[in-house]
Design a protein around this ligand. Structure first.
Ligand code: NG1
Ligand code: ZN
Length: 526
């Protein structure tokens, strides 16, 4: 009752935007920042319930809108489950004078033991609205008597790291020191080990989207040796600069370097997004043509390297290595994984949580969305085999040690642009490759992604990992007959989970065919 009163009192400080229905989507709640107060309050309440339900496990709350424009913001729980997304939606839509009642209902429904402790950690990206929203979160956590730690500015993957560390502390799965410094030390130490005997050629220029990745990368660099990183687009002072004409989403969707780029031919460049969980690489080839190395490329590079190491370590037969993609993966990358790397592939629905989940079915699960969000997971079996195998030769020992170091270098909690960049740099150094050799592994099919505004996107119901539509009736047949007219044609349409639109993807043997197919399918959709 005291808590109920405190919740109501705290909640009534805020105003719920009228007529707005909130929904916890693929990326949590995300919208114009001035609409978010009551939503963040609701997420604070939910985080406290979730922690109690898990007997006081640490729950992470991240305030960010990732690659969205500067005036947006968002809030997401670190690893929520499907039913909890529905609870979040319910709390966020509750009238403020009733929110304590909904909280009470949930306690009964979820069967939460209220005498359990509740522990929450939170952080935010560099958006101007972040400090206000963190204040709201603070109010919700204070009202519900939660023990909490404010990690101030962090990348989304850093917060995931801290949560994992805190929850494994003192267990056999201890993940690391639950501090920002611990994160840097873990990455830097493992990078050093992976790099034993090899050298990074040239420098890497990292476009930080003018977001939180900038200062954090600069901090990480203080711990790193043997790598020359040039940081660009790291202006976190001008609030409008965030994700503007730069960043991973800009580069991937526009298929061009940020206009500010001064890169020379064959220079390695990379871009992060606003909360540093996405990474894409690119370079200018000898003809000054922009070449993108996206998430599919990072996945194939990592899978091929880990496969080689496993063979060299003599443990290939003991590790089931696999790749997880979505329908947006370029068909040429899928072909390359199956025919050249000879590895199994799982295709899942869009959204990292689906990919992550599928990756756990392998001993080594390499998952990336084409847009650059991804990582590698290692099963308990994999960790054991890598740790306990007796090397029969110096070469085997070296491979085993490299694999061991990789399990520390890779942020297994979530896709992490900083960790992924070090992974790519290490692999290129081992292979002695410039971006040109990396690009040369296969040739991307020309592709086109189109956003189509429709009256009601909810009628677009997909199946088969979103590669086909069961509704509206007849549309799937139309798409199939269109794509069959093009050499290597492949196209699909699905409702976006983050925007009010339908996305149409098409690829084909030539640029003009891919564009043509995309246009025709888009017309069929609208
Ligand atoms: P939607 O809007 O559901 O297509 C987009 C991205 C996803 C994922 C989420 C979350 C594409 C085609 N879709 O999802 O990959 O990153 O946002 O941020 O890139
Ligand atoms: Zn992001």
């Amino acid at each position: 009752p005291a808590i109920k009163k405190a919740i109501t009192e705290a909640a009534l400080q805020y105003t719920k935007p009228e007529g707005k229905v909130f929904e916890y989507g693929t990326a949590g709640f995300r919208m114009k920042a001035d609409l978010l107060n009551t939503v963040v309050f609701a997420v604070g309440l939910l985080a406290s319930l979730r922690s109690k339900k898990l007997s006081g496990q640490w729950i992470g709350v991240m305030v960010t809108a990732s690659h969205n424009p500067a005036e947006d913001n968002g809030v997401k729980l670190v690893d929520p489950m499907a039913e909890w997304e529905a609870y979040a939606t319910r709390l966020a839509n509750a009238p403020l004078d009733k929110i304590a009642d909904v909280y009470d209902e949930l306690i009964k429904e979820i069967d939460v033991k209220m005498t359990n402790p509740a522990r929450v950690v939170f952080a935010r990206d560099t958006r101007a609205s972040g400090s206000r929203l963190v204040g709201v979160l603070n109010a919700a956590l204070t009202a519900t008597e939660v023990e909490f730690v404010d990690f101030k500015y962090m990348t989304t993957p850093q917060l995931h790291y801290v949560v994992r560390c805190k929850n494994t502390l003192g267990t056999q799965y201890e993940y690391g020191e639950p501090t920002e410094q611990g994160y840097y030390e873990k990455l830097a130490n493992s990078f050093k080990k992976v790099m034993r005997g090899v050298k990074v050629q040239g420098s890497l220029t990292v476009d930080c989207a003018n977001g939180v990745g900038g200062p954090k990368l600069r901090e990480l660099m203080k711990y790193l040796n043997g790598i020359d990183i040039k940081v660009v687009n790291d202006d976190v002072i001008n609030p409008d600069a965030l994700n503007f004409d730069c960043g991973a989403d800009y580069v991937k969707t526009k298929q061009r370097a940020p206009p500010s780029s001064k890169a020379a031919v064959l220079d390695r460049c990379a871009s992060l997004d606003g909360d540093a969980d996405r990474l894409v690489y690119y370079f200018l080839d000898e003809s000054n043509v922009f070449r993108l190395l996206d998430g599919d490329r990072i996945a194939t590079l990592a899978a091929s390297f880990i496969g080689d190491l496993a063979r060299n370590a003599g443990i290939a037969s003991k590790l089931k290595i696999g790749v997880v993609q979505t329908a947006y993966a370029n068909g040429a990358s899928t072909d390359y994984v199956e025919k050249v790397l000879k590895l199994p592939i799982i295709c899942t629905n869009t959204g990292v949580k689906h990919l992550h989940h599928a990756a756990l079915r392998f001993d080594v699960g390499v998952y990336f969305e084409a847009n650059g969000h991804g990582t590698v997971t290692f099963s308990e079996n994999a960790l054991k085999v890598i740790k306990n195998t007796e090397p029969q030769s110096p070469a085997q020992q070296h491979a085993l040690e490299s694999l061991q170091a990789l399990t520390d270098l890779i942020n297994q909690a979530v896709g992490d642009a900083l960790s992924d960049a070090l992974l790519v740099e290490a692999i290129l150094a081992h292979k002695g490759w410039s971006p040109k050799e990396w690009l040369g592994t296969y040739t991307d099919l020309p592709s086109r992604l189109v956003r189509v505004e429709v009256n009601d996107r909810s009628i677009f119901k997909a199946y088969d990992a979103e590669r086909k539509l069961e509704s509206p009736p007849g549309l799937q047949g139309t798409i199939e007959s269109l794509q069959s007219r093009y050499n290597k044609g492949r196209s699909f349409a699905r409702a976006s989970g983050t925007e009010d639109a339908v996305r149409v993807y098409a690829e084909a043997a030539s640029r003009s065919e891919a564009d043509d197919l995309a246009t025709r399918v888009a017309n069929a959709v609208s």
